[in-house]
Ligand binder design. Sequence first.
Ligand SMILES: Cc1ncc(COP(=O)(O)O)c(C=O)c1O
Length: 447
Amino acid sequence: MSATPASTRSATPHTRPVRQQSDGRPPGSVAAAPWGGPGFDQLRAQDPQIADALLGESARQAAGLQLIAAENFTSPAVLAALGSPLANKYAEGYPGARHHGGCELVDFAERTAVERAKALFGAEHANVQAHSGSSAVLAAYAALLRPGDSVLAMALPHGGHLTHGSPANFSGRWFDFAGYGVNPDTGLLDYRAIRELAVRRRPKAVVCGSISYPRHIDYAAFREIADEVGAYLIADAAHPIGLVAGGAAPNPVPYADVVCATTHKVLRGPRGGMILCGADLAERIDRAVFPFTQGGAQMHTVAAKAVAFGEAARPAFAAYAHRVTANARALAAALQDEGLAVTTGGTDTHLITADTAPLGLEARAARGRLAAAGIVLDTCALPGPVDAATRRTGIRLGTAAVSTQGMGEGEMVRIGALIGAALREDGAVRAATTELVRNFPPYPPPA
Ligand SMILES: Cc1ncc(COP(=O)(O)O)c(C=O)c1O
């Protein structure tokens, strides 16, 4: 990492990085398993209440169809890193410049995560310490903006995230956001209207990214708009970044000044954030994360991010990412066949939004009926009128988790039919859901 934050000058210097062995492992790797690693029996004996909550949640995840677009099943290797003694380590600062001693091995883990992220996304710099997607966006704003600056982002009723100017969030309180939207007839981003708004507002930054936009974003078009008005371009790729890793979605890195992301969605890593940028902004981004907006990095999560980046670099992950999008297309078509109005008429990504109104059902009631059938998904704002009285809500679903379970397009057609039947309150769906997921355990027992 090129940056050494000024505030870490008094930090304990560890100028000699830990050298890896020829097989890539740090030197002196010792026992077969880390001391104190996941020990469920110990938890059950000591704290049966929490153990029961873990067991119950584990069973819940396996017993239904997990279609929340922002969720996935991480690998056992990622879970092992999360449950490791790296959780004990304080590591304020960055590798080679920490405020604490004993950081040699967590430095190795963080350097590995950074190098893997840079290679995976073709970025000059990666910060892997952001605790979450929101923390990553906060740090991007902190690095590039001053309070009161004007920013353009997707309006929340059209699919913007809370960090894109919600009055309930720091972003709406501290910056002057203007929201752009999608064409209400097509549901597609209206780049001409976005350009006109940018020319009128002359923002300091333009944010592109959404919680529910199902189509690929034209990053080159956003770059052009930002350049025309002299603004930074921040891509909030929290959702599609896993597809980018697998080559199933366009990469924002060549276009955006800063790319913010989460590591826990399609990317299938631990819950957390990440920031990618050019070498020119590396130091500002690093300082914006630590010490400006965060304290000690969560080194177990950083190590788990390294594991996930390693997995995402494999050909199997590219195949997975393409299966996710093929599955989403198949599911969108199946939902249309069931009479739902799918926004934009389909999807390019893992994500689908749909209006249940053609079935005479309000979205929250639809979500309730689906939950009763073991089908778990979210509601979301549908593009359209911005005023609260006429705002429409739909359902949002994604195929990342079911694809991790090994389901394919045939299962998506089946899921579409189950969703249609559940919305019509067919009482047989719960048993059919159980039957379907039985063949696709999220964590199959070792062969
Ligand atoms: C576009 C976008 N930005 C930011 C976030 C925030 O991520 P987190 O929940 O990790 O803070 C999300 C989460 O879904 C998101 O979709």
